[in-house]
Design a protein around this ligand. Structure first.
Ligand code: TYD
Length: 138
């Protein structure tokens, strides 16, 4: 959605099954998050303190979890920027399509788990910030 704003992002707390032997958190299609999951990918071995991911998606919706460690997600709708700090495996950020996003301040050993609404499609990416602003203004 070209009209998405940073205020359409939501932090979602997932149910936690707490046991002495360890916790379990599950995510189901269209239950805890508002889309069908078509793809799961994860970022790992990201050098501590570094960042990545300056781009936007035209259609893709995502739910992003710090499955281990922590990092920041900076979302930008062309007018407003918001920073979300993720640091718990049962708390994630829902991101609608059409927002510029960057990931930063990865703690070493962290894992960024992404549940995605579509399969990988390079045509869905906007990788240039000026082109993103053009996309938003149409
Ligand atoms: P990309 O999403 O561009 O990550 P970043 O912007 O953080 O560098 O992904 C980097 C590369 O990884 C991309 O050019 C192709 C590959 N890739 C896949 O093959 N499948 C995927 O699902 C993803 C997310 C990336």
């Amino acid at each position: 959605m070209r009209q998405s704003s940073v205020y359409d992002c939501n932090i979602i707390e997932l149910p936690k099954n707490h046991q002495l032997c360890g916790n379990i958190t599950a995510v189901n299609n269209c239950k805890e998050i508002p889309f069908d999951i078509q793809r799961v990918y994860f970022l790992y071995d990201v050098p501590g303190g570094s960042g990545r991911g300056g781009h936007a998606h035209k259609e893709l919706r995502q739910f992003i979890i710090a499955a281990s460690g922590s990092f920041d997600i900076i979302v930008d709708d062309g007018n407003v920027k918001r920073t979300f700090h993720l640091a718990r495996p049962y708390i994630g950020l829902y991101m609608p399509s059409g927002l510029w996003r960057e990931l930063d301040n990865f703690s070493s050993g962290s894992i960024c788990l992404v549940l995605a609404s579509t399969v990988y499609n390079e045509q869905d990416y906007i990788r240039d910030y000026d082109k993103y602003l053009e996309f938003k203004s149409i």
